[in-house]
Design a protein around this ligand. Structure first.
Ligand SMILES: [Zn+2]
Length: 67
């Protein structure tokens, strides 16, 4: 049995990675979504994350680059 990765979408506006069934970004409300992105950052602890401080990201998954 082959395991298929569920497809994700990424918001072009704020680069949030969201579920494929979502039509609107839950973070910024944009409907400009892409299915192509390369690389992502997962912020699990906003308070203690250097990444999130540097990039000003909230908890969640964020694409590094939207294609
Ligand atoms: Zn967004």
């Amino acid at each position: 049995m082959a395991y298929r990765k569920p497809k994700r979408k990424v918001c072009r506006n704020c680069k949030a990675i969201i579920d494929k069934d979502v039509d609107r970004c839950p973070y910024c409300g944009s409907t400009d979504l892409s299915e192509d992105y390369s690389g992502f950052i997962i912020i699990v602890n906003q308070e203690n994350s250097e990444f999130s401080k540097k990039l000003n990201l909230k908890e969640g998954k964020w694409a590094i680059r939207v294609l």
